[in-house]
Each structure stands twice: as structure tokens, then as C-alpha cells.
Ligand binder design. Sequence first.
Ligand SMILES: O=C[C@H](O)[C@H](O)COP(=O)(O)O
Ligand SMILES: C=C(OP(=O)(O)O)C(=O)O
Length: 454
Amino acid sequence: MSSAVDAVAPGTDPDGLDRFRDLVALQQPTWPDADALAAVAARLSVAAPLVVPAEADTLTERLAAAGRGEAFLLQGGDCAETFADANATRIRNKVRTILQMAVVLTHGASTPVVKMGRLAGQYAKPRSSDLETRDGVTLPCYRGDMVNGHAFTPESRIPDPQRLEQAYRISAATANVVRAFTRGGYADLRRVHEWNRGFMQNPSYARYERTATEIDRAIRFMDACGADFDALRTVEFFLSHEALILDYERALTRVDPRTGRHYDTSAHFLWIGERTRHLDGAHVEFLSRVANPIGVKLGPTTTADDALALAHRLNPDNTPGRLTFITRMGASKVRDVLPEVVAKVTAAGVSVTWVTDPMHGNTITSDSGFKTRRFTDVLDEVTGFFEVHRDLGTVPGGLHMELTGDDVTEVLGGSEEISDEGLALRYETLVDPRLNHQQSLETAFQVAEMLTRR
Ligand SMILES: O=C[C@H](O)[C@H](O)COP(=O)(O)O
Ligand SMILES: C=C(OP(=O)(O)O)C(=O)O
């Protein structure tokens, strides 16, 4: 076959791709109809890839640079994407937010930023409980649009394998829009002011405008010097999601005819969640067999030995950029737990890109009952992450955020001072609270200062 990637039929098990099926796979739906699932997987296994291996390899190089401190990863997007919100406006708002944050970071810290969305595939969620009870009625929990519906009815909560195909199609459409925005001129740095249009004036937006004006001035100066600006028209933008539903990830895995290696073509970058990172579990086994750059979330119970064992298993060749550890310890624990993990991994000569996720260790329930986070905790965990790396002389390589481009009210605080009462105004997430556009920009300004000191 002469295409960029060749299909790998499920069941043929080249190079152990199906070995994960013999292991315990946590957080998988109980699909009611095995034949329907097999039929969907068979169709997906010959569908067009969403990304190609060469792009994934480029990302490995970029992440290696981030691991060495020559770049910084900015990875952000929804907690859970939804099919209903996969429209151009919402996608553009998310991409624009990431681009604006990247501008702030690049400008503030003179560091190239690797831009990555939790986008075009972030449709499956690990949950704390299999069941949800409301007013005395208990149903299976919502596991993301790739699996079942959010509506609290027995029919909607039944896992439906057709949703895997729907997720694939909507991810393809999303990826197409993202590529159009980032390659078609929208992301041109010369339009840096336009990205801010339509937002109300507040300290972060005003600060962003000042940054944009300085960038404009620099561009006009370079223009006058005869610089060629064609490179500014496009930006590299990568796609990522949690590799949770293994039937989906396996079905989208292809062989790269250039090298014979396997790639999970559902995204450039896949990560293993905190709840599924067991060394002898199916998720680690499956991702050990694909050549994409991958991440593992490390929560507050992680020991240095856990991290080392994961690194040896997932990156036996110690390839720079292949493995990213996304630490999410919580603001109150990061300074206690992270140092030993980073110190031992570093002392063992293991190549890792260290990224902070300051969201998932800081979830609380507000007095009024909303699942939320305090913006101050989010910033405190990022600060702790930078402090730990500064003390050890290691590299803080990136930021992983749950954010949206819209003016939602899901996280407490920020310069708009969202209060517990304010949460109800626009609380739209289906699972975890996300930073809104304004809080995302504020974060970028704070992180730019930390990066400058890096
Ligand atoms: O995004 C992360 C997890 O899916 C989420 O925090 C789990 O949420 P739950 O505790 O509401 O199930
Ligand atoms: C579930 C997630 O995170 P964690 O695995 O760190 O809880 C997530 O990032 O959506």
C-alpha cells in the first residue's frame, strides 16, 4: 500500500499489538453488544488516519527540546469534549486561547512554545465511580461522548459502540478545522490583536493588548529590515487525548511503511491517566507498542520507583521526547512528593519531559455543591512545580491545562473573582471544571514570569 500508513487488522496481532487484551483494562465500558463493537472496530481499522507518523515524529523532537529546556509545552483544552460543541466557533475559541497563551509565553520568556490541544479525540473519561445516583435513581456513570450520553436516563447511559465511530468522524472534522485555523492564516502572528477582539476589558486583556502591541512593533521593525514573514502564516499545532478506550485506540493503529513501526493515528500524542497507569495493566502494555510520543499522569501517590519502572517499560531505548511525565500532585503535595520522584528519575539517567497539570490534584466541592478548583491552588501548584525543578537543577518543560475559550464560570477566583455563587452563572462542563478564557490568559502571564526565571 502506498498510503502514509497501512492498516493493521485487529486479530492478526502483529508485534503483540493485541496483547493488552489478556491484561486487566480498567475504566472500560461494559459494551452490551460484542458483535456491534467488533463491527465498529473493523470499520475503524481501515478508516483514514487522523494524523500521520511523520507529524508524531516531529512532535517527539519538539518534546525532546522541551525536555532540554529549549522549548516549552503548552497543552490545553476541554476536560471532556462533546459532540454537540464540536462547531467552528467553539473550536476556534479554544485554539485562539492556546495561541494567545503561547504568544504571552513566547514573548515573555523568549522561549519557543509547542502548542497542543486536548482536542479531536478527548471524548472518554475515567470516573471515580461506575454509578451515579440522583434523587434515589442509580444509573451507570457518564464516561464521555465516545461511550454514552450525559442525559440522566437509562437509555442514554447504555454504552453504545456506534459512538466510537461518531467520535472518529467528529474528531476528523475537528482536526480539519484546527488545521484550517492554524495553517490558513488565522494564526498569523500579524493578527495578534484580532484574537483579542470581542473580549471585555479587564486586566488580563489589557495586558495582552500591550504584549500584542509590542509584538506588532517588533514585526514592523523586522518588516522594514526586509524580513520574510511567510513563516508567520502557519503554526504547528498538535492533537492529543487520553488513550482510555483501548478498542478505539487499537482500531486506529497503523503501520508506518517507512519504518515498519506502529503508530496510534487517533492523535499525535496520547497519555495514560492516573487511574490506568498500572505497570501490568492493559493501557501501559498497549502504549508501549506504539511509536507516538506518549505521556503518563503521575498523581500524589506516585513513588520514584513507580516512575522509573514506567519509564523503563514505556521508553526502553531512552529516546528523548518519547516520554512525558505529567505530574498532578495537588498544590499542597507537589513540594513534598515531586522532588524525590524527579531526583531519582534524573539520577538514573532517564530521559523525560516534565510537565505540570495543576488541575487534577486540586479538585474540590464548593459549599454550594459544584465540583470546582481554586485558581490560587492552580497557580500554587505551577509555582511549586517550578520551585522543585529549580532546586534540583532539572527542567520544568510544560503546562497541561483544562481550559476553554469561552467565558464559563467553573473555577473559583481569578481577576474576575468568580465566587461560589458565581459558579452557577455558566457552569457548562460535563465532568471537570475548566479555566475560562480570562483565567487562561492570567495563567499564561504568571507562567511567563516563572519561565523567565527558569
Ligand atoms: O478528568 C478527570 C476525571 O475523569 C474526573 O476527575 C473524574 O471525575 P469523578 O470523580 O467525578 O468521576
Ligand atoms: C482524567 C484526567 O486526568 P488524571 O488522569 O490526571 O486524573 C484528565 O486529564 O482528563
